[in-house]
Ligand binder design. Structure first.
Ligand code: ADP
Ligand code: MG
Length: 681
């Protein structure tokens, strides 16, 4: 029987022609089991055969499309075993160009002299000779559309997917559109069938854009519904309600005016603290945006209302620094602060824990020592975790378990778009510091070869002579055993250059107390130059430091370099970041160029994401959230906003998604929930 008319979206991919168990297994790898899965497998990009360029206008090293008449075909040239290069010459109307084909005899013999084709490939030109390394081609008369390019897996070619897709589309009219009709009309979105057909085989850019817009919207809409639902789950009540605290004394005591963003974040937090359920808020702000002051305001409010706060920092250095900051601001306001870290003697710890348990100390700053079971609070009302990516969800929860549902504030310097934050941190509300304190000057970033190191050291010395301070981030070494050696040898090598100045050394193998001592000396300008491994990476704040030199800059990730660089440019004086790298690799050059061209953490995060692929951003898929198939978290923020609003509106009208026109999407949301019950922390 001819089953052609009966293809259904629910059928397994093996229902398609040429898909046997072998190809089905390849599709399986891509997460495609059914015909519907295949239809929902969107192209990664397109080749636009509709707008070829002239060879003389093509850009060296870039992918391009050129239309040309084939003049002659050279004989196949076997280069070595298993590699044959085929060449043919074509003319685009003005210039001749060579098309080279690697190992693809099928393509070579499919192309005929005297015929016109549209060729796509990587273009190069040298000595007036144009060359195109072929990736795909079409006969000229078929080149009236965009051609989809899919993410493939070994053994599966783009052509195979295209063929299967064309067949699968025959059941596009059976697809049930999960989007409520009212939303489609209101948002001016096309129907699912049109979207699916045109995301795969659009006739032009415009069709593709209409299709894409609808699919991105749908993706965000589904996600938003799920998120609103998630947050709407019954909130446990808290015994801690912090309201009516007079904040003016706190504001008056600050040495500067808060930025608008800081004020807004503080308002959002204070309003959370009044609620009868615990705050769960993420405070996100780029390095130097002043998150600590926002935290201090929350701590002040809690303390004045009679509740204790715990601040958890990822390193001893940071804990010590927060302790110093909080002490300076809060002690004059009559609030007691203590520091609890692993490096205290057992006796000191004992004593501090007693103070905490008795409620004599209002603010405890510490490292993971804080979460140990023997630490007991009298009335813990607020828990703050800094640089949260270093802490697991589990640790956060453990600390929160020490009070009667205390309020939670998480601080992160990873500047990710709102969209992504909402997805990664699922259940957290979000406050964003998108404004740096006034008077900051942009940091100048230079990239140099190591043969210019002496000059760079001279530059650093000049700045030290002007009373400023500097960091040198040491070359990275592989084994931690030699970290100490490498760092101290490095310091010995350069110390002669800085006679009369104190050069300190900081590395991860030091005892916490030693590290603290060094950091304190640096903070007080008793050390002028700090040679350090990456332990300074997170959070350290010494506004007088204006120069940072990073050795082996190629070994660091973009986000990490951004964090490192964030240690300078924190005061009103001009700061300089010198990245030393001898690596000429294209990717490295590109990365360092990004560092040179921007100090916007947001832009850097986006580039980082591009270079590493978005999969990484979700880390261990800690969020349990579904990955996005088509939406671009950076580019599509407006659509996200619109989809989120539409989702809220819909839930207001139909909270359980029970109305017939909403039932399809309701089913999808429920399925998402079942799959992710445990993942969505
Ligand atoms: P981060 O967000 O990176 O944790 P910090 O809280 O360490 O930033 O603040 C960076 C520096 O900016 C600190 O020296 C801090 O005292 C200072 N600072 C914070 N807020 C302001 C402000 N509103 N005006 C001027 N300086 C500020
Ligand atoms: Mg900080």
């Amino acid at each position: 029987m001819d089953g052609r008319g009966m293809l259904s979206p629910e059928a397994p991919v093996t229902a398609l022609k040429n898909v046997g168990t072998k190809r089905a297994a390849l599709y399986e790898k891509l997460g495609i089991h059914t015909v519907l899965d295949l239809l929902r497998f969107y192209p990664r990009s397109y080749v636009d055969y509709t707008s070829p360029v002239m060879a003389s206008a093509a850009v060296d090293g870039e992918s391009c499309v050129i239309r040309g008449m084939v003049l002659k075909k050279a004989d196949p040239a076997p280069i070595r075993k298993g590699l044959v290069i085929y060449k043919l010459m074509a003319n685009d109307g003005i210039s001749n160009f060579w098309v080279t084909i690697f190992n693809n005899e099928y393509a070579y013999y499919g192309i005929h002299t005297g015929q016109e084709y549209v060729f796509c490939g990587k273009f190069s030109s040298s000595g007036g000779r144009f060359q195109l390394a072929l990736t795909s081609y079409l006969p000229a008369e078929e080149s009236k559309a965009l051609r989809p390019v899919y993410s493939l897996t070994e053994g599966l070619s783009n052509g195979m997917v295209v063929n299967n897709m064309q067949e699968a589309l025959r059941c596009a009219d059976q697809l049930e559109d999960p989007m409520p009709r009212s939303v489609l009309l209101k948002e001016n979105l096309c129907q699912l069938r049109y979207a699916i057909e045109n995301i795969h085989f659009p006739k032009g850019q415009e069709d593709r854009e209409i299709a894409r817009r609808r699919l991105v919207f749908e993706e965000f809409f589904t996600l938003s519904l799920a998120l609103v639902r998630l947050r709407g789950r019954e909130k446990e009540s808290t015994a801690v309600r912090i309201a009516g605290v007079e904040m003016q004394p706190f504001f008056d005591s600050l040495p500067f005016a808060l930025t608008g963003a800081q004020q807004r974040a503080i308002r959002e937090i204070l309003s959370d603290l009044e609620k009868p359920w615990p705050m769960n808020r993420l405070l996100q702000g780029d390095v130097g945006s002043g998150k600590t002051m926002v935290a201090a305001a929350a701590v002040y409010a809690a303390a004045k209302a009679g509740f204790q706060s715990a601040i958890m920092a990822p390193t001893e250095i940071l804990a010590a620094q927060h302790y110093a900051t909080f002490s300076k601001i809060l002690k004059p306001l009559g609030i007691s602060v203590c520091l609890l870290t692993g490096s205290l003697t057992p006796k000191q710890k004992e004593q501090l824990k007693e103070e905490l348990a008795a409620g004599r100390c209002s603010v405890a700053v510490g490292t993971h020592a804080l979460v140990q079971s023997s630490t007991v609070f009298d009335n813990l009302g607020l828990v703050i975790t800094d640089e949260q990516h270093r802490f697991g969800v589990e640790q956060r929860r453990k600390l929160a378990g020490k009070g009667e549902s205390p309020h939670n504030l998480v601080m992160s310097a990873t500047p990710i778009p709102r969209t992504l934050a909402l997805i990664v941190y699922g259940d957290l509300d979000l406050s964003i510091l998108d404004e740096l304190p006034k008077g900051r000057q942009p940091i100048d970033t230079l990239v140099i070869h190591s043969d210019k190191r002496e000059r760079a050291l001279g530059f650093i010395r000049q700045h030290l002579e002007m009373g400023e301070q500097a960091y040198i981030v040491c070359p990275l070494v592989e084994e931690s055993e030699s970290e100490l050696l490498a760092a101290s040898q490095y310091r010995d090598r350069i110390v002669g250059f800085f006679s009369g100045m104190k050069v300190g050394l900081l590395h991860g193998r030091m005892k916490p107390a030693e590290k603290e001592e060094i950091m304190a000396e640096f903070q007080q300008n008793r050390i002028q130059l700090l040679v350090s491994t990456t332990v300074v990476e997170v959070g350290v704040d010494v506004p007088n430091a204006t120069v940072m030199m990073v050795e082996n800059a190629e070994r660091f990730g973009l986000a990490q370099l951004h964090q490192l660089r964030g240690r300078i440019g924190r005061g009103s004086r001009k700061s300089y970041c010198i990245l030393v790298s001898d690596n000429e690799g294209e990717e490295n050059r590109r990365r360092l160029k990004v560092m040179k061209s921007t100090s916007d953490g947001f832009v850097i995060a986006r580039e980082d994401l591009k270079l590493r692929g978005s999969g990484d951003f979700f880390g261990s898929r800690q969020s349990g959230m579904p990955a996005l198939a088509i939406a671009d978290l950076f580019a599509d923020t407006e659509l996200f906003q619109a989809a989120q609003n539409a989702a809220r509106d819909l839930l207001r009208e139909d909270p359980e998604l029970e109305k017939p026109e909403n039932s399809a999407i309701g089913v999808i949301i429920n399925r998402l929930f079942d799959q992710n019950k445990n993942g969505w922390n």
